[in-house]
Design a protein around this ligand. Sequence first.
Ligand SMILES: [Zn+2]
Length: 224
Amino acid sequence: MEIIPGVHKIDGVAGANCYLVTSGQEMVLIDAGMRGSSKILANYLKKLGKNLSDIKYIFITHADIDHVGGAAEMKKTTGAKLVIHAGDAGVLAGTDKGRNLKGLMRLLKLLSPLMQAAPVQADIVLKENTDIAGYKIISTPGHSEGSISIYIPGKVIFVGDALRSDAAGNLKRPSKMLAADMVEAKKSVQEIAGLDFDTLLCGHGAPVKGDAAARVKELLANWQ
Ligand SMILES: [Zn+2]
């Protein structure tokens, strides 16, 4: 589905939303969904008349399984450079278990074989905010230590799970249950609120379209 010109959601990918940007300097993906996502991606690209090898970077907003289950296969099939923040790189590589999830989430992770990702080394491990091919990569920790947002000034921001939206595109604060640090998470939302974008795309839920930056400010104003 093309959300705004040049920004797509790859329909059919399981787990978190997987986005494709075709309008930038380079074609990029944001997040990789669950295992098996590369086939779905290949079909989607075919319909657009594009190839897997056209994708140059895969930005990983954070290393939760629903965002990185397809990362290893997508890196392999596209040849793109996999980009992640240092805070989550160890989880992606399988050398770090990540933050302590509580209760149900922890149990689900243990039980479901689908919830296991093939470990993969990132090509670019970020320690600070940076620009890659015209995309601004901003550290927005709290949901996890290494959570990042990908920002195209004046246009769109991809926030991973730093914020959530519902099926109607109404913005919601990040999950407390899944947060590594809720104080950091709020600071990150404040950081996002200071940016200029019309569309905000979360890891879960529908697009937040039309003066989305104002929606983030409203959310903060009502944050108890
Ligand atoms: Zn998620």
